[in-house]
Design a protein around this ligand. Sequence first.
Ligand SMILES: Nc1ncnc2c1ncn2[C@@H]1O[C@H](COP(=O)(O)OP(=O)(O)OP(=O)(O)O)[C@@H](O)[C@H]1O
Ligand SMILES: [Mg+2]
Length: 157
Amino acid sequence: MRITARVDSFSVQINLPDEAATLALGALLAEHIAVGDCLALRGDLGAGKTTLARGMIAALTNESDVPSPTYTLVQSYETPKGELWHGDMYRLERPEDCAELGLEDAFLDCICLIEWPDKLGAFLPKSAINITLSFDGGGRMARIGGAPSWIADLSVI
Ligand SMILES: Nc1ncnc2c1ncn2[C@@H]1O[C@H](COP(=O)(O)OP(=O)(O)OP(=O)(O)O)[C@@H](O)[C@H]1O
Ligand SMILES: [Mg+2]
């Protein structure tokens, strides 16, 4: 695997030199994620949020066709770990509109991967695991913060 990680007391930073590395990180996170977990995926347009979600969803469902939920806002998948929701809140007009989408219930009993999570305001679970993707040369850098203890295991990659 071509990804390397550095752990400090607040966050893990992971170099992602190419798209395959972003997909691989998604697959790695999929091993640890459980229902009730929410990943808040932050980063500029094109930073790789959907790619990371795609890596997770592909690992859990063998689904290779994972559309970006830019227009549907949410897309759900059945996985052996329970239901997974992939959301893109970019076009959410008001935080409270997330109720119509059913997201409040999904946060309780599904795995949730949310792009543009800050559009949710106070509706974003406080327990969300924060993953910020940024441009780094031709590749990307992922910073994982607010992390549960299993994140430290990533340092052995
Ligand atoms: N580690 C990487 N190195 C280089 N390119 C990458 C990497 N990860 C993803 N990409 C590429 O970046 C492009 C944009 O990715 P993606 O659609 O996942 O971004 P996004 O953050 O979801 O954007 P948006 O904010 O528009 O939803 C894709 O072409 C993808 O292949
Ligand atoms: Mg996207």
